[in-house]
Write a protein that binds this ligand. Sequence first.
Ligand code: AMP
Length: 392
Amino acid sequence: MPDAILVLNAGSSSLKFTAFALGEDLSPIVSGLAEELSGTARFRAKNAAGEVVGEHAWSDDPPGHDGALAFLFAWLREHVPGMTVRAVGHRVVHGGATYAAPVRIDADLIAALEALVPLAPLHQPHNLLPIRLLAEKRPDLPQVACFDTAFHRTAPDLAQAFALPAEITARGVRRYGFHGLSYEYIARTLPQLDPRAAAGRTIVLHLGNGASACALLGGRSIASTMGFTAVDGLMMGTRTGALDPGVVLYLMDELGMDARAIEDVLYRRSGLLGVSGLSSDMRVLLASEDPAARFAVELFCYRIVREVGSLVAALEGLDALVFTAGIGENAAPIRAKVCAPLAWLGVALDEAANEGRGLRRISTEASRVAVWVVPTDEERMIARHVRELLSL
Ligand code: AMP
């Protein structure tokens, strides 16, 4: 069993992991997650072929992140014998204005990342938990933080600014952008697929539970739809996307809502779920005859088309469009609904290719804009960063 890089992605109640074999192609050895860590906690692991190779349910006290991490390391020792974890890479949502690249973790960095918690209070504290735990229990094990914001630090100042008073901007209130590890993975994949797209003007649509779009110029981010937080931009599973800020004032003044109640509306009760009144899951909505479900799907696609228009303007043209993440990779009807109104830009979808699976071009030969489906792999992107940064 080879040496490995372990990639961790800690959410509010879950801990996802993938162990990659150290080597040129970083092949995955085992991956999985521990979820509902404060409730009826469960663990499940799969091998590279997708077969379940480990399951566990906690019957007594919930393990929390602490217990889940200890369980994971013990499980790996027992079930993947001979594998040595040489380093750990973490997905960290916020690197602020400072971190434009992955960084090796030490006590100073942990303190700096804790100072960024106010910028991402719903995610950053959970990302930092396993980092702190491992720094304490396994100080010998190198750790690397990879940020969802870092890839967007190449965007021009104009694209990162709000028209706010300077003293508020100075507090760090600016557009950061997210899903950066996904965009970086796509940007690094494009040169082998489509040199024109890689060197030119490409819009990547990351359409998952969270959704955003990014304008790539020569493989670098020049604009994206998420802003100060991951609630801006496109409509999402349960998040609003871009909203007139006046609505927030209305919710406060007229409905008497406080910050937490508004947060609940913006992050957890809106988007596909809120508009359909049915589900945040695109599969459920696409299978439904309910007019509200259909409207939610139409609004999701309309908002994408509107934002693509804005990003095309920032790019001053368009050479390629890339669909990725759960909806982008799997939902042919959504891709068709997004591409049809973009015909004026030179987008022509190949309907048979659109119905296929996996990495492929889905535009016709004659299409002026190349349209691709590229499965994203944020975990592998993190593993690559760890290998590069630590020269493993
Ligand atoms: P992600 O956050 O990238 O895991 O994406 C989750 C979203 O992808 C959910 O809305 C799922 O409903 C959606 N999704 C996954 N598979 C499909 C599919 N075959 N058709 C439509 N939507 C899908």
